[in-house]
Design a protein around this ligand. Structure first.
Ligand SMILES: Cc1cc2nc3c(=O)[nH]c(=O)nc-3n(C[C@H](O)[C@H](O)[C@H](O)COP(=O)(O)OP(=O)(O)OC[C@H]3O[C@@H](n4cnc5c(N)ncnc54)[C@H](O)[C@@H]3O)c2cc1C
Length: 390
């Protein structure tokens, strides 16, 4: 029987996993790397990269084969996401934004919802977005104010959502709303709100420091009517479905961190071999060597945490007993990414501060990973609570 004690003891990727890694690495180096700086600079949604991922059947890696996906699981998704993140931080969002929106459907959705939305996302016919955060409630999800009220065979949703990534391009938005306002987290439900639903409006686009290619927006629900069948899972049980979805998605955030950190290490190592000071390559200086060695240690440790957490999720272990592992993977890998970007810039010296090199972009992008889908403070709290049995 699977348990945290028995997952992650094998260090061999299967042949399909190894092949996926090689294929995505080649695609990323050939097609995505040359576009990365431009996507950041212009803030334009990289439709060409979305179509590239679609053409290579990479959008449904985590979707089961019977629903039209590749059935490569969260580990397969992490392998692909890491390779893309090594060259571009925006492009992995083309996979992970839809993953975040569809996870609650995978956890609690009806067979019809799964067939429609998971299959749609896997084919690239549908794009999703998740609207959980509100202007006054991010970490404190139980305090959201958006309301959903049953009216006949529909729910009417009213409220304001903040920081909704991918909403501009979404065919459906998964919205969290209070259905029993007095019940805190036990009074939240999740709804699939299709594009064009009456009363749904995508509002202001945020001006972000990083991850600039995929817009993050406010979403306004002004008496927005959706059929009762768009409720995901049971009424009032949305918090659990959302948290289950977050737990499954956390290794993927970790993989974005591992890829970003590996990209920083590769770039800084090459630069250190070529840059000369005092008549020799800066790679000869121990101060530079130690920064690179620490980056390597961080990347390797983070990758193992991410793979193990992903293997647990794929084995169905993402409940309470495994929260500490997925949280550790997200938290550690994103901290490693931030540090690798900062140290990478230091290895380059003044050049690292300039836009001619990708490390300042990596630094701006890395910061987001420490904040989204549960800040790293919250991950540490979750780990501690699990350890202490609280
Ligand atoms: C670029 C970007 C994209 C995003 N995309 C989405 C999206 O697609 N969908 C979506 O719903 N949301 C999205 N978010 C929102 C994101 O999930 C929240 O920003 C995050 O959960 C933190 O919430 P907050 O910003 O309200 O911070 P707050 O909750 O106000 O936290 C502020 C500070 O207080 C700390 N803190 C709060 N509570 C505690 C506690 N109990 N213990 C210890 N420390 C605590 C936090 O760690 C943080 O340091 C996005 C955010 C960003 C920056």
């Amino acid at each position: 029987m699977n348990s945290p004690d028995t997952i992650g003891l094998s260090f061999h990727l299967t042949e399909p996993q190894a092949m996926l890694r090689r294929t995505v690495r080649e695609l990323a180096e050939r097609h995505i790397a040359p576009r990365a700086a431009e996507i950041d600079e212009t803030e334009e949604y990289p439709e060409d990269i979305f179509q590239l991922l679609r053409a290579h059947d990479l959008l449904g890696l985590y979707v089961p084969a019977e629903l039209g996906g590749s059935g490569m699981g969260i580990l397969g998704t992490c392998l692909a996401v890491e390779e893309i993140a090594r060259v571009c931080s925006n492009s992995p969002l083309l996979l992970s934004v839809h993953l975040l929106a569809t996870r609650p459907i995978a956890v609690s959705g009806s067979p019809e919802q799964k067939a429609r939305y998971l299959a749609g996302v896997a084919k690239g016919d549908l794009r999703g977005s998740l609207a959980m955060t509100e202007p006054h409630a991010g970490t404190d999800v139980a305090n959201i104010r958006t309301r959903a009220v049953r009216e006949g065979d529909a729910f009417v949703i009213s409220g304001q959502k903040a920081f909704c990534t991918g909403a501009t391009h979404a065919d459906f938005i998964v919205v969290a709303a209070k259905t029993a306002p007095e019940a805190g987290s036990r009074g939240i439900s999740l709804f699939i709100v299709p594009k064009g639903a009456p009363g749904l409006r995508v509002g202001r686009k945020e001006r972000k420091m990083g991850m600039r290619g995929i817009p993050t927006c406010e979403v306004l629900l002004e008496g927005c009517r959706v059929p009762a069948g768009n409720l995901i899972g049971e009424l009032h049980r949305g918090f659990r479905a959302a948290m289950g979805g977050f737990n499954q998605a956390r290794p993927v955030i970790g993989a974005r961190g591992v890829g970003l950190a590996q990209g920083c290490l590769d770039y800084a190592s090459n630069y250190a071999r070529e840059r000369e000071a005092f008549g020799q390559a800066i790679a000869n200086f121990q101060a530079v060597q130690f920064m690179l060695a620490d980056m390597f240690i961080g990347v390797e440790a983070a990758r193992l945490l991410v793979w193990r957490a992903a293997a647990m999720v794929d084995a169905g272990l993402y409940g309470k007993e495994c929260v500490r592992y997925v949280s550790a993977a997200k938290c550690f890998a994103s901290d490693v990414a931030m540090r690798a970007a900062v140290d990478g810039i230091q290895v380059l010296g003044g050049a690292g501060y300039m836009k001619d090199h990708p490390l300042e972009r990596f630094m701006r992008d890395a910061k987001q990973l420490q904040i989204i889908e549960g800040t790293n403070q919250i991950q540490r709290s979750l780990i501690a609570r699990a350890l202490l049995g609280l």
